[in-house]
Design a protein around this ligand. Sequence first.
Ligand code: BGC
Length: 367
Amino acid sequence: MKYCFLALFFLSQNLFAMSNPGKPFGQTPAGESVTLYTLKNAKGMEVHIMNYGGIIQKILTPDRHGKVEDVVLGFETLQEYIKDTPYFGAIVGRFGNRIANGKFTLDGKEYTLAAQNNGQHLHGGLIGFDKKVWKVEAASAQSLSLSYVSKDMEEGFPGNLRVKMTYTLSEDNELGISYEATTDKATVLNLSNHSYFNLSGNAKRDILNQEVQIDASRLVAVNKVLIPTGELTPVNGTPFDFTKPHVVGDRINDTSSEQIVLGGGYDHCWALDKPAGSYAKIATVHDPVSGRKMTVSTDQPGVQFYTGNFLDGHLTGKYGVQITKRHGLCLETEHFPDSPNQPNFPSTVLRPGEVYKTKTAYQFSVN
Ligand code: BGC
């Protein structure tokens, strides 16, 4: 009898963990099944997420008239995500953004990574976390937990790394993303989500008329291959000053700014003003036409604000929309790019016995 109760207890725990079964979303070429989960709240907001790359495929949220539309770029099918994507909605890892020349030294040992982007490492390498099928740990109506074990030396990074992450949709239209990781050898780690937001709804316009505000008075200046020079430069008096809201398109082509020329627009990490390690609101995006507003909060030291400068129109996304330059914007909360080679930047080293823990939230409202 006792065992019977125990069995029922574990079964009910498991059923609770999987109270959202999701829907089959196809298979990878290796035959792994992918499932798409819909998180929903009572306000009519929905977030669709798959366990391939932990990709956020859709975020449906109302405009000021209550019209619910999609505010992220992406595709209708898994096959399109597998074939060619600029990281639409994906988790990037083991290391988000660039590492100079695909090399870093840790505890006196040099590690070599894929240098697939202009001779630089980008977003975890050739088969980063964005291209892995993650294990579904738990799925309910409003949350999804995924895990992935990255083997020692996968993509050149040391240590067996265990990552767990959870997406949670709240009743006040906030999508929370939390990550936890441990390693059995010292390694470097910089996880982020690479959603391209477009608050116009169903990507019907580019993002140039949208207003952005970032709580950062310094920019992580880059060189011509978008690797940090090591300098944090004041944004005051430059097109990078978003301490007050600014229309994205206003200064994006201001070629009197060397950093604008180097980035081809905005493709930089802002060094956030909030105290190190604290969790705070750090940025907002507002679309004056639809009224949709997004507020970003994080405990990370930086945010990569990327305006889709490399989107060149060769991809067609959901709703049959051709994805052209500046059709979406990313606010990737993270540590500064190239931190493993920059002794003055906050450290991205994770050692055995330590727990990497971080959270970010995107909250949607209207104004
Ligand atoms: C990078 C861009 C890159 C994009 C897609 C962003 O995080 O900063 O330079 O093109 O990701 O890979």
